[in-house]
Design a protein around this ligand. Structure first.
Ligand SMILES: [Mg+2]
Ligand SMILES: [Zn+2]
Length: 411
């Protein structure tokens, strides 16, 4: 399991005058909390367990995460008094289940490929591997020195040199290095561990060229507003479509068992292509517990989906990928709607998609619930067989025909 400790306990003193009531990680960047960009990146990097080291303004942060990211596995390591970066990692260590983990700072954004960091550390037998970045005029940061094997040989605080390699604040760490440490003592990971254990631990670095931003610094915080604007534009918009009752006519109390039982909804033929033209990706997200019930096989379902794909193509609709959950409802799996597992899977496969800019069209409450879990815009589609739907949960939009979305999407 890929686990990350996120250091979110900093006092944020340098930003406090700009965002006085918020933890630094929630400082807004173009109207969205900084942490959202960070979590989008970490989810795309396939982090599965998020361990937040929190102290200052921890209640605000916990509340924000519980409301906005119920689908993530999150643990909290709470500090009564701030423990410094080293103390914070140590305080969180019992929550780490694996032998190695990653550490991120909740106020820096350095979107490196953490597969490469992990692989490099393992290949070089580094117990700690630091993601570093070359920087011209790195005056605000400490720099690192390393030999030709990428092993760290020294640290330089607040560099006066004209160029160098800065510590990017992302670490791969073997858990055992903390075995001899006692808890509840404040210390700095950088000054009191890395610098002191330089010769006894195997500490290395790998260089990345990704952009690096430290929003804890006022200059970078303002700079981030511009940088993230570009970043926002690169995010892709997805259309998620439920299948039964949205693409094909619903068979009441029955499953589509073969292609003869599959009838496209009328507006799929006439209007869906136009709607799809507003989106970069089109996905089908469907619960098919008929598989585990033994009613049809997954091969038979694949055949129906292949026919569906061809049919849709003939109407000008190109499906990017079809996701289905074969599990029985009683299994309580993560993928079956109302859970968001299939949406998370799509995001893993297409990391540049932005849930906030994406739409989910479904005809039942569980579709709308899944959409809301990841922050998609939800659309409830009404037909003669779902008159009881959307009473307990309100979709953002309610339609009978796809063409009603034209007005919304062109706006
Ligand atoms: Mg449906
Ligand atoms: Zn499932």
């Amino acid at each position: 399991m890929r686990e990350a400790i996120i250091l979110a306990g900093g006092l944020g003193t340098r930003l406090q005058h700009l965002v006085p009531d918020l933890p630094k990680a929630l400082a807004p960047i173009n109207g969205r909390p900084f942490l959202e960009y960070m979590l989008e990146y970490l989810i795309a990097q396939k982090v599965e367990h998020f361990i937040f080291a929190v102290s200052h303004k921890k209640e605000e942060l916990k509340k924000y995460l519980s409301i906005n990211y119920p689908q993530l596995t999150i643990s909290y390591a709470e500090e009564e008094t701030p423990l410094g970066t080293g103390g914070a990692i140590l305080n969180a260590i019992d929550l780490v289940k694996s032998n190695a983990f990653f550490v991120f700072n909740a106020d820096t954004y350095f979107p490196i490929d953490i597969d490469s960091l992990e692989l490099f550390a393992i290949e070089h037998h580094f117990q700690i591997c630091i993601a570093s970045k070359h920087m011209v005029k790195p005056y605000r940061y400490g720099t690192i020195q390393f030999n030709s094997d990428n092993r760290i040989t020294g640290f330089c605080e607040k560099a006066t040199i004209e160029e160098g390699y800065i510590n990017g604040g992302i670490y791969y760490i073997r858990k055992e290095i903390f075995d001899s440490y006692s808890k509840n003592k404040a210390f700095s990971f950088e000054k009191d561990l890395l610098e002191i254990k330089l010769n006894t631990l195997n500490i290395g670095t790998i260089i990345f060229n990704d952009f690096f931003i430290d929003i804890g610094v006022e200059h970078d915080y303002f700079e981030a507003q511009n940088l993230f604007k570009k970043f926002e534009k690169s995010t892709k918009r997805a259309l998620f479509l439920d299948r039964d009752g949205v693409i094909n006519k619903l068979l009441v109390n029955d499953y589509v068992k073969n292609w003869d039982e599959f009838t496209f909804c009328d507006d799929v033929k006439s209007d869906l292509a136009q709607i799809c033209s507003y989106f970069d990706y089109v996905f089908v997200i469907t619960n098919q517990q008929c598989i585990e019930k033994g009613i049809i096989t997954s091969d038979e379902l694949d055949q129906i989906h292949e026919q569906m794909r061809l049919g849709l193509e003939s109407f000008g609709v190109n499906i990017t990928k079809i996701y289905y959950c074969p599990h029985l409802a009683s299994k309580l799996c993560d993928c079956r709607k109302p859970n968001a597992g299939m949406l998370i899977e799509a995001k893993k496969d297409f990391p540049d998609l932005s849930f906030e800019q994406s739409y989910f069209i479904g005809d039942s409450d569980s579709d709308i619930a899944a959409a809301k879990k990841v922050g998609c815009i939800s659309v409830g589609k009404r037909h003669e067989f779902n008159l009881q739907a959307f009473k307990d949960i309100s979709p953002d939009f309610s339609i009978v025909n796809f063409n009603e979305l034209n007005a919304v999407l062109t706006r």
